[in-house]
Design a protein around this ligand. Structure first.
Ligand code: BG6
Ligand code: MG
Length: 219
């Protein structure tokens, strides 16, 4: 008999490739402040909240700012980011995501979102996958950022599954650490050398076959 498990997905970099849009929006702020901001620097922002991301960029440029200035840049960054999402549709789902979501649903498994983003819902709506999620926990629901496990613990609680029955898909080091600290099974999506703390690693969802999913479901 199949057992019901909780499958928790991060959003940015796992379900959709939005890291490039976050980068472009932050780059505009950084350029206006004459702060060098490369794709390598952008790696530091993965899984990190909007507020903390700005602080990291200001630290990179050794720039001091008032709270008022910061608030203005945060609004500006998000407006720019949202402008890239206007035309977003299901074509921006990362390869293999939809077949995995479908397989889990067909097998009566529970699915949650566990993301730091405050823009999660509109992205799930635009890409047409909102209805797959039994629970959504995003940047509006948490007070402690990854690697704190709060976001995943709330998700597991909403799904009504214990941590031992929760599997977390993540593309950030902080997210993998959060899942591990929460005593969940962490599944790294991306570069295995960067995500070496994960219990399992896959380059992307096309590399996850049904035997692996069955093994998790039957566990
Ligand atoms: C995370 C991204 O998922 O969400 C970060 O990896 C981003 O890069 C964070 O800063 C917050 O997103 P948002 O949409 O609330 O600015
Ligand atoms: Mg991510």
């Amino acid at each position: 008999m199949k057992k019901t498990k909780g499958f928790i997905f991060d959003l940015d970099g796992v379900i959709v490739d939005t890291a490039k849009y976050h980068y472009l929006a932050w780059k505009q702020i950084a350029d206006s402040l004459s702060i060098e901001f490369t794709h390598e620097h952008n790696e530091l922002l993965k899984g990190v909240s909007r507020v903390r991301s700005l602080d990291i960029i200001l630290e990179l440029g050794n720039v001091q700012a008032t709270q008022e200035q910061k608030d203005q840049w945060l609004v500006q960054k998000n407006e720019e980011y949202l402008s890239y999402l206007v035309n977003m549709d299901e074509s921006e789902l990362l390869p293999g995501v939809l077949p995995v979501l479908n397989y889990l649903k067909e097998n009566q498994q529970l699915i949650a979102l566990g993301s730091a983003s405050k823009n999660a819902r509109p992205i799930l709506e635009k890409t047409g996958i909102l209805s797959y999620f039994d629970a959504i926990v995003d940047g509006n629901d948490v007070s402690n950022a990854k690697p704190d496990p709060e976001v995943f613990l709330i998700a597991a609680k909403l799904l009504n599954v214990p941590a031992s029955a929760a599997f977390v898909f993540e593309d950030s080091v902080a997210g993998i650490q959060a899942a591990n600290i929460g005593n969940m099974t962490s599944i790294g999506i991306g570069d295995a050398t960067i995500l070496h703390e994960a219990h399992y690693n896959f380059k992307d969802f096309t590399c996850i076959g049904t035997p692996f999913l069955n093994e998790l479901i039957q566990r």
